[in-house]
Design a protein around this ligand. Structure first.
Ligand SMILES: [Zn+2]
Length: 369
């Protein structure tokens, strides 16, 4: 059930990580059709007139009559139109640069918040339908525990002066713990405040600070509107790919270049940012920042073990527990510890202690379920 769910849903809606191959068609059906049509059209032309594949650079005659996109772009007659488009585009770009909370990174977002919420709502209904038989009751101790931890993260974010309160206030937060031992470790927060945590990730989190690490990372994706940021870039990826195609005439290379030069760096940048924002927020929420390093070490060990068994895991494929990530978290610990110390955390120390290591103290080992 779950693997089907994870491969059919638009991934960017719930983890905001990247525009994946499966996301584009889901969110931009018309653009995808255009792209698909172009691809088929090229193939048709190739088969009809050439009867064999030949790759022609710069004088590719497979589109727009005898002109390539490159010819059109470099034609002096089109310069005025090009300048207007570039000028208008630059103005649109500059006026839609928004600052990310906590990290302060400026990025281009033009997708309106209501659309983001609409996508979140649609994903929520689908995920709820697929997981409803495994969702723990809201009154279950584990559900309540995860809910308490998440509430503290939200509360801490509200206290952060760099956070836009309109992204948090009035949101109808809801926590679902999915108790499915077959499901891969995963957790995510949807735009609109719906949180899903799969039981298998709780064993890797091991304690409250570990759960806070994962939840704050996912919360950070939503807070920084990474879903909208990814979607905002989609038209540029398509444009880049079309221009590349007109130059190289080879679709496979274009995909590699688009992924390697644009999509993957953007995805890594958002992952790193979610790590950073999440770490600062969990520290502000009085969770031990040092545990984040240990969580990703456990995740890394789990990943190596799972990969050794040939498993393909959704969470790990979008959240690589790399050495780089652990190094980053370690280098940010001083700052996180300072925030922790400034947050009157001694008030909560006794309260938190009672919940720590609940999972590891289970008589059946780390597995609760
Ligand atoms: Zn992530």
């Amino acid at each position: 059930m779950l693997p089907r769910l994870l491969t059919t849903l638009p991934r960017a809606t719930f983890n905001s990580v990247l525009i994946s191959r499966s996301t584009l068609p889901a969110f931009y059906p018309s653009l995808f059709r255009f792209s698909h049509y172009q691809k088929r059209s090229y193939s048709y032309e190739q088969n009809r007139y050439q009867n064999q594949y030949t790759y022609k650079r710069f004088n590719n005659n497979q589109n727009y009559g005898n002109k390539t996109i490159w010819d059109i772009l470099t034609d002096p007659a089109n310069r005025k139109v090009l300048y207007v488009i570039l000028g208008g585009g630059s103005l649109f770009y500059v006026t839609h640069l928004k600052e990310a909370p906590v990290s302060g990174r400026r990025r281009f977002i033009w997708i309106p918040r209501p659309i983001e919420l609409m996508l979140g709502k649609s994903s929520y209904q689908s995920i709820l339908e697929d997981t409803k038989h495994n969702i723990l009751p809201q009154t279950h101790p584990v559900s309540r525990k995860v809910e308490r931890i998440f509430a503290k993260i939200v509360e801490a974010a509200q206290k952060d002066p760099t956070v836009d309160r309109t992204l948090i206030d009035g949101v109808d937060w809801k926590i679902h713990v999915v108790n499915d031992p077959r499901a891969p470790p995963n957790a995510f927060v949807l735009p609109g405040g719906k949180v899903f945590v799969f039981s298998s990730i709780l064993n890797i989190c091991k304690n409250d600070d570990g759960i806070a690490t994962v939840l704050s990372h996912e919360f950070a994706h939503q807070l920084a509107r990474h879903t909208s940021e990814s979607l905002s870039k989609a038209p540029f990826y398509i444009m880049f790919s079309l221009i590349l195609y007109s130059i190289t005439g080879v679709q496979g290379i274009n995909n590699l270049l688009t992924d390697g030069l644009l999509k993957m760096p953007a995805s890594r940048q958002m992952e790193t940012e979610a790590d950073y924002i999440g770490l600062m927020i969990m520290a502000r929420a009085c969770f031990n920042p040092s545990e984040s390093v240990r969580v990703w070490e456990r995740m890394s060990a789990f990943e190596k073990n799972a990969m050794g068994q040939g498993a393909s895991l959704e969470f790990l494929s979008t959240h690589p527990a790399s050495e780089r990530r652990i190094q980053n978290m370690t280098s940010w610990l001083d700052k996180a510890n300072t925030i922790y110390e400034q947050s009157d955390c001694h008030v909560y120390a006794g309260y938190l202690g009672g919940f720590q290591d609940m999972f590891s103290s289970s008589p059946s080992g780390p597995g609760l379920f």
